[in-house]
Design a protein around this ligand. Sequence first.
Ligand SMILES: Cc1cc2nc3c(=O)[nH]c(=O)nc-3n(C[C@H](O)[C@H](O)[C@H](O)COP(=O)(O)OP(=O)(O)OC[C@H]3O[C@@H](n4cnc5c(N)ncnc54)[C@H](O)[C@@H]3O)c2cc1C
Length: 348
Amino acid sequence: MKTLIIGGGLSGLALADRLEAAGHDYLLVEARDRFGGRIQTQYLDDGYFDMGPAWFWPGQPRIAALIERLGLEKFDQFSAGDLTFEDPHGQVQHGRGFSSMEGSWRLKGGLQALTQSLADRLPGDRKLLNAQVISLTDADQGIVAHLANGDRISADQAVLALPPRVAAEITFTPDLPLAARTSMQQIATWMAGQAKAIAVYDTPFWRDAGLSGDATSRFGPLVEIHDASPAEGGPFALFGFIGIPPQSRRDEPRLRQHIQAQLIRLFGPDAAAPKQLYIKDWAFDQNTSTQADLEPLYAHPDYGLPQAMAHLWDGKIRFAGTEVAAQFGGYIEGALEAADAAFTQVTA
Ligand SMILES: Cc1cc2nc3c(=O)[nH]c(=O)nc-3n(C[C@H](O)[C@H](O)[C@H](O)COP(=O)(O)OP(=O)(O)OC[C@H]3O[C@@H](n4cnc5c(N)ncnc54)[C@H](O)[C@@H]3O)c2cc1C
């Protein structure tokens, strides 16, 4: 029984890892030229800076177990010191308060150390990069996937380990039932409309001034800021979520100027010259976001696998990916939860 796993983010990688360990026949295909999906780390000197997810939390059993099994190490989100607040007029105050991300964990080496480690363990003939699936056909004996590069892959079944909205852009022949397609399009992709900026510095001047690096702003463009430095040593960093709607933040040079000016207002003149200012806008990355994801999300959606998506093409189409996880949907823990559920289904 050959399983084609479509999508090499954490969920697809974790499923491949389990199928490999169980001696099953599978192939993992990934559209991008790297594995990891929404997990992406930038490296500068000895520093590692997460452009997608950065945190995981106590009470998430799968991510804790996986990190331990892979010999990786977690560390506490830095949060010692005063908070910073910027009011709607750009007036800045520092003071005591509760740091919103205190108690969160980060991974030494960045979260990409996790996805890279999983990818490296898979044999070379079980994984393909630059392999975007553009159509799936229900063939008598299984399924046939057509790639953007013209290649065709046959398998007995396929697992869609990608955001359901992105999966809905694949051409299905015959088309999926309307209820399934509608469900897929209605599931908002967690954090897809977000953009993150990371300013990297030689010294942690905010820490030296008694500030944690945590800031909230009603003035922007960054609305929520935290320390993003590595566990030990430098270079050091501050990161912020960009609070401007996707359509209004496309002028990157202008956005950079405003971020720079805001960091100086919040943390002083030392913030003026970052070694590097990374910006990653997920809203315009077509392997993560669709047009529908440009609409802001105001709350964490209720995730899980809708009934309409549960048994497509006589069970030859399955779903993984964090958005179908019932308990931890949206989070990296959910990507692992969904991989576990898909493993049970495809090996049944
Ligand atoms: C800015 C940001 C911050 C976040 N912060 C956190 C956090 O702090 N903590 C947390 O727990 N979670 C966070 N998340 C959510 C977290 O990133 C996801 O839960 C997790 O990475 C999802 O993994 P996945 O494998 O399900 O999906 P993805 O990582 O999206 O993987 C899907 C894969 O499918 C590939 N693909 C797409 N289309 C095709 C195709 N047609 N053919 C082949 N491959 C295809 C994509 O390239 C991608 O690699 C954040 C996300 C973002 C964007």
